[in-house]
Every structure is written in C-alpha cells, then in structure tokens.
Design a protein. Structure first.
Ligand code: SF4
Length: 292
C-alpha cells in the first residue's frame, strides 16, 4: 500500500541530507501544514504547557471518577523524597514513572491532558519528556522539538497500523506511546536518525501483544500504571539504541506486525472490558460495585 507512511524512509532521508531528524520533521511538517516554523513550534509548545499542568494536577493526588486510582504519583514523589537511597532505579527513570502516573491520574480524574497519542496513553510522553528535561536541563523549546519527533513516529503508526486500543489493544496505545517517547528521547539526547528508528522499534516490540482490558471499562486500571511501565520501556529502548543496539526487525515492519497482532486479537481484549484484567474476580467485583 503506497499510501502508508514509512518511518524508515524519513529517517534515511534525514541521514542522506545530513540533517537531524527533528529538522527533517520541521521541514516536512511546515510544508504539509503550510505554516511557518515558528507557528509549528508554537503549537508544540502549547502542548508542552498543558502536559506540565497535567503533571501538576496529578501530583495533587486527587482521586479518579471511578475511585480505582489517584494518589499514586504523589506516593512515588514522597517515597523518593524520604528514601532516595533505597530506590531501585535512577532518578530519570523514577521521575518518568512519577510523571507518567501523574498524567494518567489527571486523565482519570477528568483533568486536562494532551491525548498524545490517546487519552489512555497520555502519560508516557510527558513522563519521558519532563524526566529528560530535569536530567538534561532542557527548555520548553527543546521539549517541543522532541514532541515533533514523537508526532512523526505517531503519524507513521497511525498510517500503517492504529493508535486505538479498541482496534489494536493496548500495544496500539501504550506501545505506540512508548515508541514515540523512545524516539523523542533519542533525539533529545543527540542520537542519529537510525538510532531513533531503533529506539521506536525496540519500545514497540517490547510491548507487542499487550491487550486492552480496562476494569469496568474505565481508563483507570490497568491504564495508569501501564503508562508508567511504558515510560520505563521507552527509556530502556532509548538507552539501548543510543548504545548502538539495533532492532533486527526494521521499525516499519515492527509497526506492521503490531497491526497484524491487533487484528488477530479477540474482541474481548480490545477495550470491551470483557477479558483480561477486566474479567478477573476483582475486576468484575469493581464493575458490579460501580454499575450495578
Ligand atoms: S488498557 Fe485500553 S483503555 Fe487502558 S490505556 Fe491501554 S488501550 Fe487505553
């Protein structure tokens, strides 16, 4: 299908032009949208502002509508503040997990978020971006550029597969978000276009087959913690790619495989709340409690 976008083609074109992938994305997007570079980056910046506010909202610890989640980002924040020496992961990973939880909780409590790539998976990108901002002293302009790279990866996934949990399971939401965040992380760390492709491929591969099974049909359990897990996967994939590790399966083929796996997934595992964790005794008890 020639109308499918190809991330590999874009990455190769950037390498051939001897330009960074973010500069390639800026040139491509300004042409497609017929807007100036400043306007494009201003649009991205406005989303960075909302992401930051969503983290702040989540860190207030307010409960979700269904009451299944809320306060876990705050727990992470306090845990590390009190016992940083016993943390099992480094500061960057811990902050990514905290921020991803925060945005997931903001979303579950009807707070304002950026649905990138979806509302359910909205914590992954801010988790990774703002953790890197703290680690590397990045400003909002740089984060906006990272978001552009993430957006390019998301566009390709939407074109070749899906970003919808109802169509492709959680691999399409949290998996895609992890791929987008991994690519953005590599870009922000100064990696090459090829490394961006490898990071996206590795992140998506590691979440391939992940089902969508929201308890009681609410975007609360397992969604919020899956955002934290996907943010951690994104950082792990980015780190591997920056170290020179390559994905044996090229990124476009990984995306195609995700589409194929999503198509083969039983409908009970695609946002219908009929299978997986939603169908466990505890999951069903919550459904009964909330709706019957
Ligand atoms: S489990 Fe389903 S609803 Fe929840 S984040 Fe994943 S895809 Fe979205």
């Amino acid at each position: 299908m020639n109308d499918k976008l190809s991330l590999s083609e874009w990455l190769n074109a950037a390498a051939k032009q001897e330009t960074s992938f973010v500069e390639f994305c800026i040139a491509d997007q300004t042409e497609r949208l017929r807007i100036s570079r400043d306007e494009l980056l201003a649009r991205m910046l406005s989303m960075i502002v909302v992401m930051r506010e969503a983290i702040q909202t989540g860190l207030t610890g307010r409960p979700s509508r269904g009451g299944l989640v809320g306060g876990d980002a705050l727990k992470m924040e306090r845990y590390y503040g009190e016992r940083s020496e016993t943390s099992l992961v480094g500061t960057t990973m811990r902050r990514a997990i905290t921020f991803a939880l925060a945005v997931g909780e903001a979303n579950a409590s009807m707070g304002r978020i950026v649905a990138a790539p979806t509302a359910g998976a909205s914590g992954v990108l801010p988790g990774v971006l703002f953790a890197l901002a703290e680690q590397r002293g990045l400003n909002d302009q740089q984060l906006a550029e990272g978001l552009l790279v993430a957006g390019a990866i998301g566009m390709v996934i939407a074109s070749r597969a899906t970003l919808s949990g109802a169509a492709g399971g959680c691999q399409a939401e949290c998996g895609s978000a992890a791929a987008m965040a991994a690519g953005a992380a590599v870009s922000l760390a100064g990696g090459t276009p090829a490394q961006i492709g490898n990071a996206a491929a590795i992140a998506l591969k590691n979440l391939l087959g992940l089902v969508c099974d929201p308890v009681a049909g609410l975007v609360e359990v397992p969604c919020v913690k899956r955002n934290a897990g996907a943010a951690a996967q994104a950082l792990a994939a980015a780190e591997m790619a920056l170290a020179g590790i390559r994905s044996v399966i090229p990124v476009d083929e990984v995306i195609d495989a995700m589409a194929s796996v999503g198509g083969a997934m039983h409908c009970s595992l695609r946002e219908t709340a009929q299978g997986g964790l939603a169908a466990t005794p505890t999951g069903l008890a919550w459904t009964n409690k909330l709706f019957k």
